[in-house]
Write a protein that binds this ligand. Sequence first.
Ligand code: ARG
Length: 275
Amino acid sequence: MLIKRRNFLVALALSSSLVVTGITGCGGGNGESTTADGAKTLVMATSADYPPYEFFETERGEGKPVGFDVDIATYITEELGYELEIQDMDFNGIIPALQAGRADFAMAGMTPTPEREENVDFSSIYYEAKNTIVAKAGSGFKTYEDLAGKTVGVQLGSIQEQEAREKAEEIGDIALEPRNKISELIQEMKAGRIDAAIVEDTVAAGYIANNPDLEFTTLDAGAEASGSAIAFPKDSELREDFEAVLEEMKENGTLESLIKKWFEDYYAEQAGASE
Ligand code: ARG
């Protein structure tokens, strides 16, 4: 009886440690809200259209986002003694949300860039990625030059949009179609409304596993390395604390096991399910 009760309490504590609110149900940023046991809640901004980093398990986006970033955030906030609340929004709205104090940090497979660093602070990089061209199977696009005369989708506010803009200017004759969600890009490509999309390899692989009518080719990254880091409002004191736990995760194998969970096991499951 005693054990059962304890398990119940543990379950209750766990279930209350992850609260998800929509963009309108604005939770307190800056750790303003406090739960019954006195733990502060940190609000994480994300764009849950990015499997396996963050996504909803149901097509209609009910429930809580899951994924690699969510597991990392859960681990770090637990280690530091915070409750975690996740706020889903368009990728393009994440940095403004941090700047306005509507979120305490952001994890969204976000790549540090000099432009972003003017407005937010970043942790070290926790996972690397390269850009790819996603298109209907058989399209055979291998380089940006192959996209001349084509309509190309990108996520609004992403580094993919930035890179594609530069290439479009250089090459000319590439019509960019920015969208808020990666899932919109995939749907429009399947419907033939856009010819291709620029998406990171880590995410493209999952979408392709689920959509055998699509293919992807990794682009030559050139000199630019890109990877994901945690973003914070400028001068946030959280950055150092998060970084310490992130380093710990890199050293104690936690990060490696989460990489295996989400970039190997999850992909294998997806590939198996679509056969
Ligand atoms: N790494 C890219 C960037 O930082 C794309 C990230 C998109 N993330 C997302 N959750 N949709 O711009």
